[in-house]
Design a protein around this ligand. Structure first.
Ligand SMILES: O=Nc1c(NC[C@H](O)[C@H](O)[C@H](O)CO)[nH]c(=O)[nH]c1=O
Length: 161
């Protein structure tokens, strides 16, 4: 069996029949905007229609699990997957650690409760520089939002249909 690299895509998936939600926090706006744009770019590259990409925002990453569950359960939206996007940057207190840990576990619970893919789009960085690099804001750096877009297409086509 071929060993896949980190974030390797095993084939080109066709997202033309999918409806994907993106719920993003509003902290660290410049980095968030780049990550959201990267996710949307990849979704469109995989044929997800623009009208089937539903974007909503919440105050911060701590609100991502609640909003992700809400949009997945919304019968009017009929989403196939959700990409919660947040950027957590370590400050001078333990606030960062508690939010990172609680949000990570809560997003996994949303996935288990809804049986819908919840892509982990939360950057947990020690510095703003780390976050900027992972959003592709530095020349030559890869935008992790694109990986999240690819995962949001692959997962519902593989497991939720
Ligand atoms: O503190 N730092 C951050 C943060 N705090 C706010 C928190 O997510 C929540 O919105 C409020 O506590 C209100 O519930 N939210 C982030 O997305 N990134 C951070 O780096």
């Amino acid at each position: 069996m071929a060993v896949q690299g980190l974030g390797a895509i095993d084939q080109q998936y066709d997202g033309s029949a999918l409806k994907i939600g993106i719920v993003h926090a509003r902290w660290n706006k410049e980095i968030i905007d780049a990550l959201v744009a990267g996710a949307i770019k990849k979704l469109k590259a995989l044929n997800v229609k623009e009208e089937n990409i539903i974007v909503q925002s919440v105050p911060g990453s701590f609100e991502l699990p609640f909003a992700s569950r809400s949009v997945l359960k919304d019968e009017n939206l009929k989403l196939d997957a959700v990409i919660p996007i947040g950027v957590l940057i370590k400050g001078s207190t333990m606030h960062f650690e508690y939010i990172c840990d609680s949000v990570t576990h809560a997003l996994m619970r949303v996935q288990e409760e809804t049986h819908k893919p919840v892509i982990f789009g939360v950057l947990t960085c020690l510095t703003e520089e780390q976050a900027r690099k992972r959003a592709g804001l530095d020349p030559g750096m890869h935008n992790h939002g694109e990986d999240w877009g690819a995962a949001a297409v692959e997962m519902p086509l593989k497991y939720s249909r």
